[in-house]
Design a protein around this ligand. Structure first.
Ligand code: ADP
Ligand code: MG
Length: 272
């Protein structure tokens, strides 16, 4: 099982779009996938056509230790499960403030559910913050994938984010590795995108071999800007279902292949 946090503390960089389409694409390749929506805005849930508001069965109940993960996840399509979020999840940050072991609630829930679930992948769509929900994702994960929009300030935000992963690695989860950085909303042929990409690669090459991102690579798949990716959520569908011939489906299809190609390298980094 690979447990992957899709994380960046900045909003609007492509975390949710990547979480949903990577999950759906892996499921289409026969992998059993569970997507956990960790954002109180519930964009991943809505993207997959699930409006959980008012129903009791969301990831909030798992953080409240009232339900197990297996009780809140629902089957979306063949091989694809979703543990949905709703706005209640916003309260979790406060409710867990003084709780013992607050960083490990999700990891324990995954371990408890693992025996009867047999997932190949667990993907976690993180909120745009470095609060307790994101820390729970990093504590439970074996890998982090960072979606990044290549603009002038992208690298500055990235170093802060990487420091957080280093901190989590030291204190909470020694297995954690940044496996890849994914360039999203990529403007092909622009000078800026090419420059930022080059800076990013140089930065990674120069990194401390002991750091959790020492083996991180920039995915060869670049996710180009494509309107179909922005439209698909309002139809409650992945881009593969909504617009299979679009460049968005092509780009995320390529990412799925890259992620699958790394299975031998990362499959042993199981959380449970
Ligand atoms: P995050 O989860 O990091 O906040 P999202 O995945 O929700 O980011 O993306 C932010 C917005 O940009 C959404 O409206 C989404 O539909 C849109 N979007 C994301 N990636 C692309 C893309 N490659 N092309 C066009 N629109 C995109
Ligand atoms: Mg999001």
């Amino acid at each position: 099982m690979r447990v992957i946090a899709i994380m960046n503390q900045k909003g609007g960089v492509g975390k949710t779009t990547t979480s949903v389409n990577l999950a759906a694409g892996l499921a289409r390749q026969g992998r059993r996938v569970c997507l956990i929506d960790l954002d109180p805005q519930a964009h991943s849930s809505l993207h997959l056509g699930v409006e959980a508001a008012g129903s009791a069965d969301t990831i909030y109940q798992v953080f409240a230790r009232a339900r197990g993960l297996d009780q809140v996840r629902q089957l979306i399509s063949e091989n694809l499960w979703l543990a949905p979020a709703d706005l209640d999840l916003a309260a979790t940050e406060l409710e867990l403030v003084d709780a013992q072991g607050r960083e490990f609630v999700l990891r324990q829930a995954l371990e408890a559910a693992h025996a009867d679930q047999n997932f190949d992948y667990v993907l976690m769509d993180c909120p745009p913050s470095l609060g307790v929900l994101t820390i729970n994702a990093l504590s439970a994960a074996g890998e982090v994938i960072i979606p990044l929009q290549p603009h002038f300030f992208a690298l500055q935000g990235l170093s802060r984010l990487l420091e957080t992963t280093a901190l989590v690695t030291r204190r909470l989860n020694r297995r954690l590795r940044v496996s890849g950085i994914l360039l999203c909303l990529y403007e092909t042929g622009t000078r800026l995108a090419a420059d930022v990409t080059e800076d990013l690669m140089r930065f990674l090459e120069a990194s401390d071999p002991q750091s959790p991102w020492a083996q991180a690579r920039v995915f060869e798949s670049r996710i180009r800007r494509n309107i179909k990716l922005a439209e698909a959520p309002s139809f409650g569908q992945s881009v593969f279902a909504y617009a299979p011939g679009s460049s968005g489906a092509v780009d995320y299809g390529a990412l799925v292949s890259e992620v699958i190609a790394a299975e031998n390298q990362f499959a042993h980094r199981a959380a449970a």
